[in-house]
Ligand binder design. Sequence first.
Ligand code: F0G
Length: 367
Amino acid sequence: MSYRAETETPSHSGVLRRYGDRLPIGLETPLISLGEGDTPLVRSRRIEGRVGCRELYFKLEMCNPTGSFKDRGMVVAVAKALESDAKAVLCASTGNTSASAAAYAARCGLDAYVLVPHGNIAQGKLAQAVAHGARILDVRGNFDDSLRLARRISEQHPVALVNSVNPHRLEGQKTAAFEIVDAIGDAPDLLFIPVGNAGNISAYWRGFVEYYRAELATKKPRMMGWQAEGAAPIVTGKPVENPQSVASAIRIGNPASWLLAEAARDESGGEINAVSDYEILEAYRLLAQEEGIFCEPASAACVAGLLKYARHSAGATGGRLFADSSVVCVITGHGLKDPETALGIESEMQEVEPRIEAIEEAMGLAR
Ligand code: F0G
């Protein structure tokens, strides 16, 4: 079947078909899709009241085909790799990029090689790469080491590097900003987003600027990026040699898109700050228990940032402004990818005998 002749996904046409006129694709580019993009934007039920802004929405990027936002950029990068006759793709990853690369490569008949930092990737993400048949190289180093090596290999061998240093990745990822504007009719006042390798915050900014210039939005949001305290190079202004955080996806000490992220922050009048692991896990629990949204810890970092920002702006001169603001938090990846963290927090599990009385007693139901 030709990629162009048929719509591969009759219901979700995918990023290439939906936003092709704003992407670097031409007639030679195969219109591949796993149904990425078109993710839900849901209104907050409880956290909105806690933080006291006018409107709070969650952009559920965890609803993409491989469970993270990476699919938007990966579909463009893999389509361009196919167009240039590549036979293999390569990436370094804290887990989500590799899951996405493995899936799109499998669909398109390409080999996938993924470099993952030893002991630093959540089990669900590893399972995805295994399931899709990627060649997994467990690098005895951290993410930054893995990315440096992947770049070198791609310079010397005919494999397409599909990390976000590949410009097609950010182009695809910017479409999430388009969707937010399309859904609420304008850009929000503030966008809260986790920052790791710093590609996504840069891509969103590009998308918002593009829509603003095309007069499809009347404003641009302030970009509010959040790193984990133990992996916050952009906040401290220097690379972190041994980054640490419960949020393994953003355990990155020397982000590839550092300068682009600073530009997004500065041009938008935004901020890039840090949240502690404790704050991340508290937001992770709130999202799951008060909003019904089970995301991975890295995604919760931006909600932790929102709670922190709201606490600080209450009473300050910015408080009034914040109370009148529309806010979007980007929920980047699915909680199922990292079951260890979910089960490690607090277990509500209780063993019971397989008898009706035992279950009634455990449920606190009187006879
Ligand atoms: N949230 C999740 C769930 C991620 O997987 C990542 C990055 C980020 C946020 C940060 O986005 O890097 O564009 O600033 N994950 C990469 C990976 C590094 O390899 O999957 P960023």
